[in-house]
Design a binder for this molecule. Structure first.
Ligand SMILES: [Ca+2]
Ligand SMILES: [Ca+2]
Ligand SMILES: [Ca+2]
Length: 366
């Protein structure tokens, strides 16, 4: 867990007239009132002012949604909030522990894991929290979608140790891909659908990759401990992972294992930008847990936050990063621009609000 953080410095803000939509709305209404008295030029001036404000605000409020976990009702639930901060909704509302949200590639459904029926099982629901369907009955966790949304990969210890399984998206055709006496877990499907990466406790612990049917198993790197799935590059050629507190990448064929960071303090949570050019990550190298970004070859490493930050995740267009910080006392969800400017808090609750995941791109996004 991140260390305790000192008081946060002031965050960078957009000009005040970029924030409240009411300002624009009032200008619009004022324009209507003036129209009645002075038709023509006044309305045009009002419209020009509105257009100027919109242009000056750049790309404005981010669109898309963010799923996250909160224990604000006494146990963990999956929530969504619009990336602009509105529409916070509890999707699960169950006394069980509901965790590991994973957006379907079309953004219409969310996989999650719950122990509501006694043990951890994989469930799916729509993006309103409706149409909840339990997909596994013998235990399941760490679910992830295939890129086409037709299949789901997950981990289960139903056979006595953890294995990586796949199933169809309706829960049928559950198949063991690993069948090894060691624990196999945290699977991640490559964006091109051809491979699945996962961690295993085999031979002291390692990062492995296999074809999506379980064949062609390759050990990529030694990894003794992990608490997150590995992160594929968008072109499916590389995998970012954490080993002994450093961010490393490996080629999917097992070659080219490269340490991107080199600092005695922990570097964690690598998140590949959608264009594949950069990797955001959390680091304690400044003495605080802060979000950093570097080029995908490890060059041009830059600190983005100064008030504390962990668990970065990019927006689908790569213009923003969502992250978690306890700068305002409890863990909350924040969004910032890719350069660290424009930090905005999305949650405000004494409970833990953590693990934000930006929804996939839709036509209306950003
Ligand atoms: Ca719950
Ligand atoms: Ca196993
Ligand atoms: Ca909170």
């Amino acid at each position: 867990m991140p260390p305790a953080l000192p008081a946060a410095p002031g965050s960078t803000s957009l000009p005040f007239w970029c924030y409240p939509h009411d300002t624009v709305r009032e200008a619009s209404q004022a324009g209507k009132g003036l129209w009645a008295r002075w038709p023509g030029p006044t309305l045009l001036i009002a419209l020009a002012a509105i257009l100027f404000l919109a242009a000056a605000c750049g790309d404005g409020e981010p669109s898309g949604r963010i799923a996250f976990l909160s224990d604000r009702d006494g146990n963990f639930e999956i929530y969504v909030v619009n990336a602009g901060g509105s529409g916070l909704t509890n999707l699960t509302d169950d006394v069980g522990t509901d965790v590991f949200p994973a957006w379907s590639p079309d953004g219409g459904r969310i996989l999650f894991v719950s122990d509501r029926d006694g043990q951890q099982e994989v469930y799916v629901m729509d993006d309103k929290g409706q149409e909840v369907t339990r997909l596994t009955t013998d235990g399941g966790t760490h679910p992830a979608w295939s890129p086409d949304g037709a299949r789901i990969v997950f981990a289960t210890d139903r056979d006595g140790n953890f294995e990586v399984y796949v199933m169809d998206a309706d829960g049928t055709a559950q198949t063991n891909l690993t069948s090894d006496a060691a624990d196999d877990f945290y699977p991640a499907w490559s964006p091109d659908g051809s491979r699945i990466a996962f961690y295993s406790s085999r031979d002291g612990g390692g990062l492995y990759v296999m074809s999506a049917d379980g064949s062609e198993l390759t050990r990529l790197a030694d990894v003794a401990t992990t608490d997150r799935p590995p992160d594929w590059s968008p072109d499916s050629r590389q995998i970012a992972f954490v080993s002994e507190g450093e961010i490393e990448v490996a080629n999917a064929d097992g070659s080219g294992v490269t340490k991107l960071t080199e600092d005695p303090r922990d570097d964690r949570f690598p998140s590949w930008s959608p264009d594949g050019e950069r990797i955001a990550f959390g680091s304690e190298r400044s003495g605080n847990a802060e979000i950093h970004v570097m080029n995908a070859d490890g060059s041009d490493l830059t600190q983005l936050t100064t008030g504390g930050g962990v668990l970065p995740h990019w927006s689908p267009q790569g213009t923003r990063i969502v992250f978690v910080s306890d700068r305002d006392d409890s863990f909350e969800i924040y969004v910032m621009n890719e350069d660290g400017s424009g930090v905005k808090r999305l949650t405000d609750d004494p409970a833990q609000d953590v693990l934000p995941v930006w929804s996939p791109e839709r036509q209306s996004d950003e």
